[in-house]
Design a protein around this ligand. Sequence first.
Ligand SMILES: Cc1cc2nc3c(=O)[nH]c(=O)nc-3n(C[C@H](O)[C@H](O)[C@H](O)COP(=O)(O)OP(=O)(O)OC[C@H]3O[C@@H](n4cnc5c(N)ncnc54)[C@H](O)[C@@H]3O)c2cc1C
Length: 427
Amino acid sequence: MKRLSLSRRHMMLTAAAFTAASTSAWAGGNPTAKGEKIRVVIVGGGFGGASAARAARVSLPDAEITLLIDQPKYWMCPGSNSVIAGYSELSSIEVRYDSLKSHGIDVMLDPAIGIDAAARTVSTESGRKLGYEKLILSPGVAFDYATIDGISLETVDRVPHAWKAGPQTALLKRQLQAMPDDGLFVMTMPPAPYRCPPAPAERACLVADYLKKNKPGARLLILDAKDEFPFQELFSEAWDALYPDILEYRSIADDGVVREVDPDTLTAVTDFDEIQADVLNVIPPQTAGRIAIDAGAADETGWCPVDIRTFASTLLPDVYVIGDAAFADPLPKAGSTAASQAHVAVAAIAAELAGENAPDPSWIANCYSLAAPDYGVRLGATYIYEDDHVVRNTTNFSELGAPASERLADAEFTDAWLQQIKHEIWG
Ligand SMILES: Cc1cc2nc3c(=O)[nH]c(=O)nc-3n(C[C@H](O)[C@H](O)[C@H](O)COP(=O)(O)OP(=O)(O)OC[C@H]3O[C@@H](n4cnc5c(N)ncnc54)[C@H](O)[C@@H]3O)c2cc1C
């Protein structure tokens, strides 16, 4: 993605706002010095936000930590493609917040609706106004429906994205199961950047696996708004081996861009084709979550620029943006990375409050995808900060042509990893 640079005027205004706000923020000195508690407010209880709350509880033992959530329970996206394909139930990816509460985190089911960065307050749906010394935003992604005619928030009950797990996951699963035996499942892959780069290809695999086992004669068509997708060789190898007669992939060059959708007839319109689907799974282009954009934490790209060493917003003082909402290339938009970013941000906050420099950051992206229940692939990497850049340090990628025993071992590890990160964050 090409990032647009901020105008000089915008940068000067932002710098001035930063100076004014930061000066007022600490005018009375460090709150801890006066025996007052530091207030850390975190928005969003997903991978990033819940991890940040836990990390802050440990690193800032005397702080008041408030986690604002917008639903009483949360469904993890990792594992959601397996739910759609019927390998597991929705309950297997559901988590609650009781454990975080028991660790002294003030979890409030009260979504943030506004942020006043100058006054350092967050307004909530119920009418509260919460003051903070540090605010961490981890609202995930929002869907940009404007780029495809015919779809909107109102059509997701007919044309689900299932790119935020939960009721959408259950709906797509029901639609798949109700499909005619010789039906056509059409899914789109969004333009980059988007949540979890390899996950659309994983979904394609698992939907194809379901069709192979349950719907003789059914087909899957993938329409990609890109020239290629991440780990394409690894997934193509699996597609060719497992689903050669079921799955068809069209990139931009093959007329893969969906311009328009009719949600009533489930027709996808491309530049040269009109495709009538039995199930139409459109994964729209994405931006940072709405609250981050409304707060002014996002730039023209729709994502939130941050100081990659600390995840401090470069646009708003005392605000940190982590997870999918942050512009943190080359770190992928993944749950494991969001958790890493949470630790980096909290460590930077703790260091600043202690009058120290932020420690050197590092990140981990632990991605595992299934091509079938007994066929897993590893797509992991670690990253460090070097010479003013984030650089990939090590990789843990599956090889092309790996033996079936390795694919099976990776499939088994996929579930083990999911159980572990679930426990670490919400358990
Ligand atoms: C199909 C699929 C498979 C995936 N597989 C993997 C995988 O194998 N490994 C991996 O690492 N990642 C995976 N991911 C990616 C992972 O789910 C995301 O990267 C991760 O959820 C990002 O965390 P986050 O905290 O930024 O956002 P989220 O986890 O989406 O959390 C944000 C939370 O904030 C809430 N929120 C938003 N606005 C407000 C507000 N105003 N007030 C209060 N709450 C608010 C949202 O409702 C949500 O609950 C997958 C994603 C998909 C779609």
